[in-house]
Design a protein around this ligand. Sequence first.
Ligand SMILES: [Zn+2]
Length: 180
Amino acid sequence: MSTSAHPSSSAVRTGGTVTDRLVEANQRYAAEFTNSGMDARPALQVAVVACMDARLDPHAALGLKLGDCHTIRNAGGVVTDDVIRSLTISQRALGTRSVVLVHHTGCGLESLTEDFRHELEQEVGQRPSWAVEAFRDVDQDVRQSMQRVRTSPFLPHTDDVRGFVFDVKTGLLREIDPTS
Ligand SMILES: [Zn+2]
């Protein structure tokens, strides 16, 4: 992407790319870093599946600390085959038992439709193998995600699966009743 597309970004103002700034930040992080000696198995035996939205910080929003959980994120926090892959490894190889799904208000997927795929196909001459997973009703999307986790044949632990909508304006979670 051309930097001229974002003339106001601080990366442009300070020189260097945004990744250069991240690498510098990592050097400061590593200078203060101490090896926790933690196990790779999440301490709270929980996996969080959340949207990639920049306004959602799952660790802060749920009071989670380093080492507590697995965090699996994608556009929408949708339970795709790849999320099932991660959850399967999380449960079978790394000991998690609970699944928390976090979608949120004002999600970018609410403004898309499956037309996105067709337009993409028109533009590049190839149809993507994945669905956009756009939605109109965030509550219903959380219910569908819970259902996909609960019915997966690969997951041994599906009794503690709960779904929420995070309000980006208040920071509060609202739990979704899977049956309503
Ligand atoms: Zn989102």
